[in-house]
Every structure is written in structure tokens, then in C-alpha cells.
Design a protein around this ligand. Structure first.
Ligand code: ZN
Length: 308
């Protein structure tokens, strides 16, 4: 029988990964309301904003106002994703608790995303790490397209491990590495293989997994990660978000579906599922369309149907 961890830590990425891939503009006050509500569910990590160029991602142009407007709940870590030194300086100025830096495992996705070769991104990452180090701000290094690239297809496992190795050479070091399935190309066997290789190569490094449910294999991929002992996962409430490369595609794995499954398996998250569902309903009203969440439609497994 497979072993499962007793507890899992979820980073809610809906306000960032979710909203930045939604086409509607969500006003600053609503973003603040949503983040405050999420902090009240028991979630301990919230990726609130990204400090990217406003022209690149207009949905995040109010990032500094959002961070200034939220109530910082004690014990909750609020993070921002940053693409470069300018973003890192903005994250430091905003007083984030943690930062995510990112680069792709595949060249074409990295060029398309940040207009740099991976080697150039690694150079830029050292500059960012220095800024964050001076501010004593911990950071997570996210490797996008770790399970497949929308332009190149399969990404060699050695390539993913090489990028991870380079990121772990940064000074200061990232507090963890996140492997991202940016466009939903992973499958459970591949997750098992890549996570296994990662753990063999970097036994002391905390690993986190970031799945999108673009093709419906999101929770199956989580299961493969759990069976390897991974305890850090990203998800977004309501399954907010989409995919810039596939119109109509769904976004991240859904936080309430993930929490419902984990709780049912006896794995603790510290999150109140009913409160989380209220947040998902709020998010749904803000984006103005139905979100792909299953538990939002069906209700949690623990909610029984009255028998007449
Ligand atoms: Zn993502």
C-alpha cells in the first residue's frame, strides 16, 4: 500500500496565476476582498500578485495597490512572482513575505515568455537573488514547462535537472524548487519519474509541484506526487485561470477539489473547505462566468443529501 504524507501545504495562486489568465479586469478592491477572504480560510500561503511590466500583463498593473490594501493576517505568507530585478525591487518595496522567481525548462517557452535564452535568465536570476538576499526575503524558484512545452513537446528530464541544479547554485539559495506543468502536459507516470529523479539528485531540497488541469489529469498528477512524499502544492480557487496558448482551456488545479480529496484521504491541510467554497463563489461572481471547480458544483463529499 502506498504511503501518504499526513499533512500538505497548499499555496493558493488564484489571485495571481488565476486572475492574470482571465480576460476580464477584476478591480483592485475586489482583488483585495478576495485575498482577505482567502487568508481567513486557514490557507497559510497566498501568491497575491506578480510584479511584471504592466504592458505585459495588464491584469496585474495594480499589484502594489493590492498588496498595500490587503490586511496581513498573522501566520499567512503573502508572495509575489517577479520576472527580473525591477520586479524584485517592487516586491521588496511592497514588503512581500516571499517571492517566486521563474524560468522555463525549454528554450522556446522561455524566449516567448520573457524574451531571453535560459542561460540569460539564469544570469538575471542571480541579480534577482542578490536583491532578495539583501532584503532577507526568501524565494522559491519555479521551473515552468518542466513536464512538457507547448512549442517543443517533451522536455528531457536531464534538462529539468540541469536548470534545477543551476537555480540551486544561486546565492542565496532558493528555499524550495517548484516544478511547473504550465500548460497541463504532465501525466502521473511522468510526475513519478521526474519527482523520483529530483529526489535522488537533490535529497535535501524541498520540492513543490504546480499543476494545471488543462487536460483533466491535475489531481492524478497530485496523487503521483503524494505517493513520492511531496507535501507542497499550488492550486487556484475555483480553478480560476486559463491558458494563453489554448483559448477555452482551464487553469490551475482547483483548490477546493484538491482540499476535498486530501481531507477525504485523511491528509490535513488546515483549510476550512466551506469557507474556501465561499471564496470560490466570490471569485466566480468577480470574473462573471462559471468556474470549472467540481466541488463548487457538487458540494463537498462530507455534505450529505437529506434522505426523504
Ligand atoms: Zn501556472
Amino acid at each position: 500500500m502506498a504511503n501518504y504524507p499526513a499533512q500538505v501545504s497548499i499555496r493558493e495562486v488564484g489571485p495571481r496565476d488565476g486572475l492574470q489568465n482571465e480576460s476580464v479586469w477584476v478591480p483592485t478592491e475586489q482583488k483585495i476582498e478576495l485575498i482577505n477572504a482567502l487568508a481567513n480560510t486557514g490557507l497559510k500561503r497566498i501568491e497575491a500578485v506578480s510584479f511584471v511590466h504592466p504592458k505585459a500583463i495588464p491584469q496585474m498593473r495594480d499589484a502594489a495597490e493590492v498588496v498595500a490594501g490587503i490586511e496581513r493576517a498573522p501566520g499567512v505568507s503573502y508572495s509575489a512572482i517577479v520576472p527580473n530585478a525591477a520586479g524584485a525591487n517592487r516586491a521588496v518595496a511592497a514588503g512581500m513575505d516571499e517571492v517566486e522567481i521563474f524560468m522555463s525548462a525549454s528554450e522556446s517557452h522561455n524566449r516567448k515568455n520573457v524574451r531571453m535564452a535560459v542561460a540569460e535568465s539564469l544570469g538575471a536570476a542571480q541579480q534577482v537573488a542578490r536583491i532578495l538576499g539583501e532584503a532577507k526575503m526568501p524565494f522559491d524558484a519555479v521551473i515552468s514547462t518542466a513536464f512538457g512545452c507547448p512549442y517543443e513537446g517533451d522536455v528531457p528530464v536531464e534538462r529539468v535537472m540541469w536548470v534545477a541544479e543551476k537555480l540551486l547554485e544561486l546565492s542565496p539559495k532558493p528555499v524550495r524548487i517548484t516544478l511547473g506543468d504550465t500548460t497541463g502536459m504532465a501525466n502521473p507516470r511522468l510526475v513519478d519519474r521526474i519527482v523520483g529523479e529530483f529526489q535522488d539528485k537533490f535529497p535535501d531540497v524541498t520540492l513543490s509541484l504546480h499543476f494545471h488541469n488543462t487536460r483533466g489529469s491535475g489531481l492524478a498528477n497530485v496523487l503521483a506526487g503524494l505517493q513520492r512524499g511531496v507535501t507542497y502544492f499550488d492550486s487556484s480557487l475555483g480553478g480560476l485561470g486559463g491558458c494563453p496558448y489554448a483559448p477555452g482551456a482551464t487553469g490551475n488545479i482547483t483548490t477546493e477539489d484538491l482540499v476535498n480529496m486530501l481531507h477525504d484521504m485523511g491528509i490535513q491541510t488546515g483549510i476550512d473547505l466551506e469557507k474556501l467554497l465561499e471564496c470560490a463563489r466570490l471569485a466566480q461572481s468577480f470574473v462573471g462566468h462559471e468556474l470549472p471547480s467540481q466541488v463548487l458544483k457538487a458540494g463537498p463529499r462530507t455534505r450529505l443529501t437529506p434522505f426523504h
